[in-house]
Design a protein around this ligand. Structure first.
Ligand code: PGA
Length: 253
């Protein structure tokens, strides 16, 4: 079975102490992850060492960055490079979240560079894609998301593409309480797998985890994750409440 992932995206929330408490609660919940299941905590940069330390040695649990810069190093005050993340033992990074695309003007091209830098440093990207409400209402969502994939990922060798985790997050569902229906999520995931298959072949397309994100909650996680092409979720709001995130982890295939 493909890797099944519950990824918490804390965004710019929680103090260090609140974060520590949350991770402790999740670790003490008595969960037993199956071999194919992983849990990621995408936390603010300053909390990465704490997160890594708490999760250290627990199979299936990983600290994850929420971003990195698209340059290797140099005079970029305030930015964090992929190499820096590697040097503190981080193996996953969320890239291209729609909030970063919108507020920080990240383009598909910039994201292609970030993807390359992460891969060069042994970091697996969780690559976010997804359309706005306007695009969805005009019926062009498949084409729109396909271009995001093509422009940021399709320069990769099959070997490198294999390391990518895709997160489909329709922007109209993020933080709005309005979740895509299970059918909408499944349709898009199946379409993305076809796009990957056209370019890289069926075996590789079938092996790649595609997560759904956008108002995943306890009440809808099980149904969403049980779709054949939905391999878990990227979870914002509900990942800030330990009890909810624990239930969401329990909903993984
Ligand atoms: P949400 O956020 O679960 O709060 O909708 C998801 C995300 O932005 O990754």
């Amino acid at each position: 079975m493909r890797q099944q992932i519950a990824a918490a995206n804390w965004k710019m929330n929680l103090t260090l102490q609140q974060g520590e408490e949350l991770i402790d609660k999740v670790l003490n919940a008595g969960l037993t992850l199956k071999e194919q299941q992983s849990v990621l905590f995408a936390v603010p940069f300053p909390y990465l060492p704490m997160t890594r330390q708490k999760l250290g040695g627990k199979p299936g649990y990983f600290a994850c960055a929420q971003n990195c810069y698209d340059k290797k190093s140099g005079a970029y005050t305030g930015e964090v490079s992929a190499e820096m993340l590697k040097s503190i033992g981080i193996a996953y990074a969320v890239l291209g979240h729609s909030e970063r695309r919108e507020y920080f003007k990240e383009t598909n091209e910039m994201l292609a560079s970030k993807i390359d830098l992460c891969l060069e440093n042994g970091i697996r990207p969780v690559f976010c894609c997804g359309e706005s409400l306007h695009v969805r209402e005009s019926g062009n969502q498949n084409r729109f998301v396909e271009i995001q994939l093509r422009e940021s990922l399709f320069h990769l060798t099959p070997e490198d593409l294999k390391k990518i985790i895709i997160a489909y997050e329709p922007i109209w569902a993020i933080g709005t309480g309005k979740t895509a229906t299970t059918a909408q999520a499944q349709d898009m995931h199946a379409y993305l797998r076809l796009v990957l298959q056209d370019h890289y072949g069926k075996e590789l397309a079938d092996s790649m985890p595609i997560l759904y994100g956008g108002s995943v909650k306890v009440s809808n996680a099980h149904e969403l994750f049980s779709s054949p092409d939905v391999d878990g979720g990227l979870i914002g709001g509900a990942s800030l409440v330990a009890e909810d995130f624990i239930e969401i982890i329990r909903s993984l295939k």
